[in-house]
Design a protein around this ligand. Structure first.
Ligand code: ATP
Ligand code: ZN
Length: 304
């Protein structure tokens, strides 16, 4: 008998992530940072949570919003672009929102842009009237065109959108970019940003009302710790009491600095978690302002 994954029960939480693609490694890394560990099924579609009752389903990113909407998965890690496009399609069909963005994850950043052939001068959206625009995001593009009060023809393509103008399929494109190199290689220039996107944790609009509620809150608390600690460092140093105010001015990103007196001396010991980059330049500035014995340490975990 074929194995089914349909009967997870409501004691386990199921998270859909991309099986292979830009978001699969970052999604796994974030969840592993939350203390999750898994045993992968032989068909590589399902990962059974070993450290916590939180399982993963490995799927195409486009399927993730629908899986949450159907209740086949509880949470998902997916690009905001995919989530909002799916929600836009649902809205056009008169269906209510079935999920919402729970957290922005700070990975997979990109923009959904309108791009024109370089030879065309850009003035305003009105010049799109009557043109054909190729995209994989027809709902998001349609919404934007309505907001601009422009009637253009949307040519929906599932891939290779950027070559559509050269193939004569469209006059412009609406596509995702990060560096812009792909557009430039196809003699296209971004002229409008329709959406700033990144990977997000998506979940139901309301909570779960069963054991999954506590599990999802536990995961969120850990995830918030992981997200706050990204690029954070613990900074330790000594300084005289009178140098402290100007030193703290050099540390605007320091969270709740702890200052301790050292017995029998004017020196103080300071420790602070810095959320910005602690570069050599910053250390040299601190030293000039009176700090000594500077130590920068990585931070593994934080529970506020
Ligand atoms: P799948 O096989 O799962 O359908 P895909 O080819 O649709 O994969 P990827 O190319 O792996 O998807 O992109 C996944 C997500 O990564 C995008 O939806 C987007 O949110 C994000 N992303 C970040 N930078 C870019 C980029 N330059 N181009 C496309 N997507 C990007
Ligand atoms: Zn996809």
């Amino acid at each position: 008998m074929g194995k089914t994954y349909a009967t997870a029960g409501r004691e386990r939480l199921r998270i859909a992530i991309q099986k292979s693609g830009r978001l699969s490694d970052p999604a796994r890394a974030l969840l592993a940072g939350c203390g999750l560990a898994w045993r992968e099924s032989r068909d590589r579609l399902f990962c059974h949570g070993e450290s916590l009752p939180i399982d993963l389903l490995l799927v195409r990113d486009d399927d993730i919003p629908g899986l949450i909407a159907d209740g086949a998965c509880d949470l998902g890690i997916v690009g905001r672009n995919v989530l909002l496009e799916h929600a836009g399609v649902r809205a056009l069909q008169g269906q209510a929102a079935a999920y919402r963005e729970w957290r922005a994850l700070g990975v997979g950043s990109c923009r959904l842009v309108l791009a024109l052939p370089e030879a065309i001068q850009w003035h305003a959206p009105a010049q799109l009237q009557g043109l054909r625009i190729a995209t994989s995001y027809p709902a998001l593009l349609g919404q934007w065109l309505r907001e601009q009060d422009v009637a253009a023809e949307i040519v929906t393509l599932s891939g290779s959108v950027e070559i559509a103008p050269r193939l004569g399929q469209a006059d412009a494109v609406c596509d995702l970019v990060s560096s812009g190199a792909t557009l430039a290689a196809n003699q296209l220039r971004p002229v409008e940003t329709l959406l700033q996107s990144e990977a997000v944790l998506a979940g139901p609009v309301a909570g779960f009302g069963d054991a999954r509620e506590d599990l999802s809150m536990l995961l969120l608390r850990r995830l918030d710790g992981v997200l706050r600690l990204k690029d954070s460092k613990l900074l330790l140093f000594r300084a005289s009491r009178r140098a402290v105010p100007s030193l703290l001015e050099l540390l605007p990103d320091a969270e709740a600095p702890v200052i301790t007196g050292i017995d029998g001396s004017d020196a103080l010991a300071l420790q602070a978690i810095c959320h910005g980059a602690v570069t050599w330049q910053r250390l040299e500035d601190l030293k000039r302002a009176g700090a000594s014995g500077l130590l920068v340490l990585p931070v593994e975990r934080m529970l506020a």
